[in-house]
Write a protein that binds this ligand. Structure first.
Ligand SMILES: Cc1cc2nc3c(=O)[nH]c(=O)nc-3n(C[C@H](O)[C@H](O)[C@H](O)COP(=O)(O)O)c2cc1C
Length: 348
C-alpha cells in the first residue's frame, strides 16, 4: 500500500495532470479513487471536475463535545480552506490557518516541472518549510487538521507544524482535499509522530453536504477518554460468546470501518463457505484496494467491497485486507467458529 501511495499514485496523478493538460492527446480522468460516498471533486488547479450524487443525508446529530475543538489547516488554492470553514461552522470551533513564511505562488505549484518548489519539497523528506504565524492550540483537546494532498502525501509544512510538538497528547483528526488521491498515504507519514493520538482521517471534497455529514458522524472524545478506550488499531468481533481481537491494517477501508463502529456495533450474518471462511454482508460499502492474496487463519478481509470474510484456513483470491485476529491460535479460532453459519458482532 505504501508503495502504491508513494510511487504509483503520484505517477498516476502525474499522468492525470499531464493527460488533462495535453491538447491533442486527451486522457480520461482516472476515477479509480472516486469513492461511493458523496463526491464532488473540483480540482481548481486542473479544471478536472468529477461529480456524483449525494447518496447520504444523515441529519442525525451525534454526541460531539464542541468545547475543546479547533480546526487547523493549510491551504494554497482554497479547497482545504473551504472545507475547514464548513467544519468550523458545523462545530462552532475555533479555526487557525498555517501560514507559510514564504507564500506559495502559482509557479511553485506546477506539477509538470519536477523543479518547482512544492514538488522539490515533497521529494525531500527532510524539507520543513517555515511557518510565519504562531498558532496557540494549547487549550484544545481535539484538533481537526486539514491539508491538500501533494504527491500522495501531506505537504512538508504540516510536518513543520507537527514538529513544534503542539499536537502532542491531543486527539487529531486529519482531513484532506485532493484531485483524486485518498488520505492513507499521508496518514502513514502522520503516524510516525507517536505522541499524537491520531484518529481516522478522511479525504473530503468541497461539497458542504459531504463535509457536514462527515462531521456529524464523528464521535469526538476528550483526550483522556480516548487514551482509556479508543485503541485505534484494533476492533473486536464477538462470535459464539467469545471475543476476538482484530489488529487492523492501515487503509481507507479500516478508517471507514472504525468510524462506523464509533456510532455502534455492526452485526454480520456470516455463512460457512468452502471449509476455510465465514463470509457475510456488512450492509454498507468500504473503499476497495483489492489485491491477490493468500489468506491465513485469522485474516479478516473485505470481499467485493461490501462483505467481510473471516478465515480459519487459507484461500487465494483478490481481497482488501482489514486485519488479523491476534488473541487466538488457528486451532482455537477454528473451534470457536465451528462448522456452520455464525453471527459476527463487530465492535470498537
Ligand atoms: C504540488 C502538488 C501536488 C499534488 N499532488 C496531488 C496528488 O498526488 N494527488 C491528488 O489527487 N492531487 C494532488 N494535487 C492536487 C491538490 O491536492 C488539490 O488541488 C487540493 O485540493 C488543493 O488544496 P488547496 O486548494 O487547499 O491548496 C497536488 C497539487 C499540488 C500543487
Amino acid at each position: 500500500m505504501k508503495m502504491i501511495s508513494k510511487i504509483i499514485l503520484p505517477i498516476i496523478f502525474s499522468i492525470i495532470i499531464t493527460g488533462c493538460n495535453a491538447t491533442n492527446n486527451t486522457i480520461e480522468p482516472v476515477k479509480e479513487e472516486v469513492k461511493e460516498s458523496n463526491v464532488e471533486v473540483v480540482n481548481k488547479d486542473t479544471n478536472t471536475e468529477i461529480k456524483e450524487e449525494n447518496k447520504v443525508d444523515n441529519k442525525e446529530e451525534q454526541p460531539v463535545d464542541e468545547k475543546d475543538l479547533a480546526v487547523v489547516y493549510f491551504s494554497v488554492t482554497g479547497n482545504t480552506k473551504t472545507v475547514a470553514e464548513y467544519i468550523k461552522s458545523e462545530l462552532d470551533a475555533d479555526i487557525f490557518e498555517i501560514v507559510p513564511k514564504q507564500q506559495y505562488v502559482d509557479a511553485d505549484l506546477q506539477y509538470n516541472d519536477r523543479n518547482t518548489r512544492a514538488t522539490k519539497e515533497q521529494d525531500d523528506k527532510t524539507s520543513r518549510p517555515e511557518i510565519k504565524n504562531d498558532i496557540d492550540i494549547s487549550k484544545y483537546d481535539t484538533i481537526l487538521l486539514g491539508y491538500p494532498i501533494w504527491w500522495g502525501d501531506c505537504p512538508r509544512i504540516i510536518q513543520t507544524f507537527i514538529e513544534t510538538d503542539k499536537l502532542n497528547g491531543k486527539n487529531v483528526i486529519p482531513f484532506c482535499t485532493s484531485g483524486s488521491s485518498g488520505i492513507s498515504g499521508s496518514e502513514s507519514t502522520l503516524k510516525q509522530y507517536k505522541d499524537v493520538n491520531w484518529q481516522p482521517g478522511k479525504r473530503l471534497t468541497t461539497s458542504k453536504d459531504e463535509v457536514t455529514n462527515w462531521v456529524r458522524s464523528l464521535d469526538i472524545k476528550s483526550s483522556d477518554k480516548s487514551k482509556e478506550n479508543n485503541n485505534l488499531n484494533t476492533i473486536k468481533i464477538e462470535v459464539n460468546n467469545k471475543e476476538l481481537i482484530v489488529e487492523l491494517e492501515e487503509n481507507e477501508a479500516t478508517n471507514e470501518l472504525v468510524q462506523k463502529l464509533n456510532s455502534g456495533n455492526v452485526v454480520v450474518e456470516a455463512n460457512e463457505y468452502g471449509g476455510f471462511e465465514k463470509v457475510g454482508s456488512l450492509g454498507f460499502s468500504l473503499t476497495r484496494e483489492d489485491k491477490q492474496v493468500t489468506t491465513k487463519a485469522g485474516d479478516l478481509v473485505l470481499y467485493q467491497g461490501n462483505q467481510i470474510s473471516l478465515f480459519y484456513d487459507s484461500n487465494s483470491w483478490s481481497y482488501t485486507k482489514l486485519g488479523k485476529v491476534t488473541n487466538m491460535s488457528a486451532n482455537e479460532l477454528k473451534e470457536v467458529l465451528g462448522s456452520g453459519d455464525v453471527t459476527l458482532t463487530l465492535k470498537k
